[in-house]
Structures are given as C-alpha cells and as structure tokens.
Design a binder for this molecule. Structure first.
Ligand SMILES: N[C@@H](CCC(=O)N[C@@H](CS)C(=O)NCC(=O)O)C(=O)O
Length: 229
C-alpha cells in the first residue's frame, strides 16, 4: 500500500490512508506500507490517478479508501466492516460527512502545520496547490484557530450523541464507520501539536478505545510529538 509520509518516512498522516490501515487491521490482514510523497506521482502512475491510498493485492490495484473498503469486504468477508447492505449504506453517509465536514474543518485548523512536516520535496507543491484551492495563504487559512476551534468542536455533536448511547459508531463493535472518523482524526494527531479536542470532551474516551484496537496500531503511530507510547 502506498501511504503518505512526511519528511520523516515513519510519519504517516493521511486521513484516507489511516481509514485503510484500520480496515486492513480489522480484517486481520498484514500490509506492507510504502512511504509516498505528494510529488512522487510516477510511483503510483500505474494506478491511473495521483492520490493515495493505493492498494496492490494479488496483481490487482485498488485506489480510493472507500473503494478499498468495499474491495476488502468482498474479498475477505469476515470479520465484516459494514455489517451488511444497510450498514454499508450508512457508512457511505459517514464517509461523505467525514470528507465534507470533518476533513474540511480540520484542514482550516492545521494546514500551515502540515507544511512543517511534509517532505522538503513536497513543500512548494503543497503550498501552491492548497493556496490555489482555498484562495488564501496557508498562514491566512490557519489564522485565528484558537477561537475557531470552538465552532469546529460543535460540529462533532452528532458523534457525541451517538457515542453516549453505544460504545462504537458500529454499535457493539467497531465498524468501518469508526475507521472513517478515527482515521480522519489520526491526521491532526500525527501531523500537528494543536489540540483539536478539549481534554474533557466525551469523544476522548472513544478515541482512546480506537487507539488501543488492533494491538495499539494507532497508539504506536509516530506523531510530530514523537511516539505517544
Ligand atoms: N477520495 C480519496 C481521497 C484520497 C486523497 O485525497 N489522498 C490525498 C492524501 S491525504 C492525496 O493523495 N493527495 C494528493 C495531492 O494532493 O496531490 C480516498 O478516499 O482515498
């Protein structure tokens, strides 16, 4: 699997690659991750597009974290990621919500921090592509985050309401819905020192449970603050 890495090849911070890492671990599948940088376009040209994750399995190439989750569910049905067709449909909503609300919200809080951890070969591309997308400099986008983070935290209320009633978004056991949201939170956890959640946020308990899953896969991830172990 090609996996986005920073200047430190051990620093893996893509929200989409983390969704796939969790999904593979859920299935009990071992994976070799290949560090990839934004400007390593040639390295994944075989997939016909230029975004990671890209999974190669048994001669097949699958890209896009959602498509990879569906591929894994098809090729390796148990333990299930979705819990059936209805669960898959609901997870599709969670995926869309995470991409639109969560990724967008987090980006505006940490985007300048990302410049400090991307590989030097990626810096000019990262700044130019993101500034073109947002129509502002990275510094302008991130400015005022100490106040703005409060409104971001409000957007997480649906998660708190669900997790007040059940241990996982998947109900009694983690499902791909948990991987989507937790994978997205791995992005700021690994790439930025900015505290996204307040210490007393009830979401922290769920996040701690996610960090412990799969032999502490996420807890042992390298972050800008070093290993959290
Ligand atoms: N919808 C895709 C999005 C993948 C994506 O945007 N990946 C980012 C890394 S987090 C990427 O490869 N970006 C390439 C670029 O910005 O040039 C998925 O779910 O996998």
């Amino acid at each position: 699997m090609h996996d986005l890495a920073g200047a430190d090849p051990a620093l893996r911070f893509s929200p989409y690659c983390w969704r796939t890492r969790f999904a593979l671990a859920h299935k009990g599948l071992a994976v070799e991750t290949i560090p990839w940088r934004f400007t390593d376009r040639d390295a994944i040209a075989f997939s016909g597009q230029y975004r990671v994750p890209v999974l190669q399995d048994d001669g097949r190439t699958v890209f896009d974290s959602w498509s990879i989750a569906e591929y894994l569910e098809e090729t390796c049905p148990a333990p299930t990621l979705f819990g059936g067709a209805v669960g898959r449909a609901h997870a599709r909503f969670v995926n869309a919500w995470a991409d639109a609300v969560l990724v967008g919200g987090i980006a505006k809080l940490i985007i300048r921090d990302l410049l400090d951890i991307v590989d030097p070969q990626d810096r000019a591309y990262f700044r130019a592509s993101r500034e073109a997308r947002f129509g502002q400099t990275l510094e302008e986008i991130q400015a005022g985050r100490e106040e703005r983070v409060l409104a971001f935290r409000d957007t997480l209320t649906p998660l708190r309401l669900v997790l007040r009633r059940q241990e996982w978004l998947g109900g009694p056991a983690p499902s791909y819905a948990d991987h989507i949201v937790s994978g997205t939170f791995m992005w700021p956890r690994c790439a930025s020192a900015f505290p996204l959640l307040a210490d007393d946020d009830p979401l922290c308990a769920w996040q701690e449970r996610m960090l412990d899953l799969y032999g502490g896969l996420a807890r042992s991830a390298v972050t800008v603050l070093g290993s959290h172990d």
